[in-house]
Design a protein around this ligand. Structure first.
Ligand SMILES: NC(=O)c1ccc[n+]([C@@H]2O[C@H](COP(=O)([O-])OP(=O)(O)OC[C@H]3O[C@@H](n4cnc5c(N)ncnc54)[C@H](OP(=O)(O)O)[C@@H]3O)[C@@H](O)[C@H]2O)c1
Length: 508
């Protein structure tokens, strides 16, 4: 693409961004989005492509083919995507930039089991190779319901071109349990090498999640204290204030454990606990994460709590209970909340609990990782002082992205009163720029062939193995649902989980 617009002004003026080299430009390629009439394409994928176009990060020779069952022309699809970019994009809309991107967009309507449809798609892609110079390089993005994955993988696999590279992006969920994830991995492995496969967990595309690695491995002061000797415990919270929001069809068979714990939450545990990788490359980083996942113990029944929200109040508005939501059965036993205690059984972390909780209809949307350090051993101050609480390093993944260190400080004036104060680094404030959406980073990384921020087959399988073993312990008893009102921080049993250990969840 030719350059027409400069990156947004805030990014140009930012002194902390000065001197940064632009990233490599990806090689020419065509991106095929399966599921192009769906929600993800409209809300995330096209706005991400547009944001990349604004920053001149797309390949010079680039094309997008949208594929779905809905019948529409390329013109109608382009119009839809323009509306989507205007509604969901993070940048001001520039007609000229849009037109350049749109010139390489096509739409193909097809059923995935229809050979004629596949031939039409191949013809469209070959034509784009000629017109747009995409060189036979292909990315296939599976933004479809999981049941459609295998068929697309098979069809794409057997029609692979011999010239140019081919990559596959798989949306989550990747399987429903260990057996289905293994089966899908096996089908993929028949046609693709592992380095051609990009399994998405969009949390890994978030700046603050990547910053966890920078914080730990680019700063000398954290590594010596990042272990069982200094850390008392870790608390990971993935809270949502929203309810099931019309996704009951999917959620009823997934629940919080498959929707959040299996992927996002276990990835956050792995990134917090992993050893320093020998390099920031896909295999080194993922090797270390897999080691953590392998060393996790299945929590016993007393160390895991599940919940389901009842009616309640979110920010002053009354909301229904999960069982009253549209599409949910009135006696549903699907959990909308899970809390638990995990142990990473290795030398660095032995006996250090990693508490986690995730739930819907909690008081607010919040994803945080709190590293709580041990108390000062023998302080010469009154231990009852409010500010004598243990130090906490708090990583805000979303919203208010940043890092905050809670320390005790003397209150100015006579006497020696101590209060907890916070040393804060706020992303938006320091870098004075809007954060890129996770999908921008992930799509670009795939174009560059960099799978560091994507999940490897063995990682996904380890995650499912743990989740399956937790779910197996749930088959024996009937939960007494609902057990927490909307707008609360979860069932009382989640508080007891920590109280039994003489700890409590971080105050909000
Ligand atoms: N939406 C999100 O924010 C989000 C977030 C994380 C992960 N995901 C994952 O992304 C994937 C897509 O989600 P979505 O929310 O976009 O779903 P969606 O709105 O239901 O869209 C599904 C898309 O797949 C197409 N499709 C489904 N079955 C098909 C078939 N047999 N043949 C051809 N096309 C078919 C649909 O096309 P037609 O309607 O035209 O038939 C539609 O374009 C899912 O795996 C989901 O779990 C979504």
């Amino acid at each position: 693409m030719t350059e027409t617009h400069a990156p947004p002004a805030a990014e140009q003026e930012n002194p902390l961004l000065e001197g940064l080299r632009r990233r490599r430009t990806p090689e020419p390629c065509a991106l095929t989005i399966f599921g192009a009439s769906g929600d993800l394409t409209q809300r995330k994928l096209f706005p991400a492509l547009y944001a990349l176009a604004v920053r001149h990060l797309l390949p010079e020779h680039f094309a997008v083919v949208g594929v779905a069952r809905t019948q529409m022309t390329t013109e109608a699809f382009v119009e839809r995507m323009r509306d989507a970019v205007q509604e969901h994009g993070r940048d001001e809309f520039h007609q000229e930039t849009w037109e350049e991107l749109a010139a390489g967009v096509r739409y193909v309507a097809m059923e995935f089991d229809d050979d004629a449809g596949w031939e039409g798609l191949a013809a469209a892609l070959n034509e784009l190779d000629e017109e747009r110079g995409t060189d036979g390089n292909r990315i296939h993005y599976l933004a479809v319901p999981p049941k459609a994955f295998e068929e697309i993988v098979r069809q794409v696999g057997k029609r692979r071109k011999t010239s140019g590279w081919t990559r596959l992006i798989c949306e989550k969920p990747f399987g429903h349990d260990l057996a289905s994830a293994r089966a899908l991995n096996a089908t993929i492995a028949r046609y693709f090498a592992e380095e051609e496969v990009f399994r998405i967990d969009h949390y890994l595309g978030k700046e603050t999640v990547q910053n966890m690695l920078v914080l730990r491995f680019a700063n000398g002061i954290f590594e010596p204290i990042w272990n069982r000797q200094f850390v008392d415990h870790v608390q990971i919270t993935v809270g949502e204030s929203l309810g099931v929001e019309g996704r009951a069809g999917f959620y009823e068979s997934a629940g919080a454990i498959r929707d959040i714990v299996q992927n996002h939450l276990l990835q956050l545990v792995a990134l917090t606990a992993m050893e320093p990788p020998i390099a920031f490359d896909p295999e080194s980083v993922r090797n270390e994460k897999v080691k953590v996942l392998r060393s996790l113990h299945t929590p016993g029944p007393k160390h895991i709590v599940r919940g389901q929200y009842g009616p309640g109040d979110i920010e002053g508005a009354e909301v229904p209970g999960y069982r009253e939501e549209e599409g949910v059965t009135p006696d549903s036993e699907t959990e909308t909340y899970v809390a638990g205690k995990l142990y990473v059984d290795n030398w660095r972390w032995a006996d250090t609990p990693f508490y986690f909780r995730t739930g819907k209809r909690l008081p607010r949307r919040e994803t945080t990782i709190a590293i709580q350090f041990k108390r000062a051993p023998k302080p010469p101050f009154d231990a009852a002082e409010e500010g004598m609480r243990p130090n906490v390093l708090l990583l805000h993944i979303q919203p208010d992205e940043g890092v905050s260190l809670a320390i005790g400080a003397k209150v100015p004036g006579q006497g020696l009163a101590i209060r907890t104060v916070h040393m804060d680094f706020l992303y938006g404030g320091a870098f004075r720029t809007g954060l890129p959406e996770a999908y921008e980073r992930l799509i670009l990384d795939c174009m560059l062939g960099d799978a560091t921020l994507f999940m490897r087959a063995d990682e996904v399988e380890e995650q499912w193995a743990l989740v399956d073993s937790i779910i197996a312990t749930w088959q024996r008893d009937r939960p007494a649902f609902p057990n927490y009102p909307s707008g609360s921080w979860g069932p009382p049993a989640a508080d007891e989980l920590l109280h039994r250990d003489g700890r409590s969840w971080r105050r909000h």
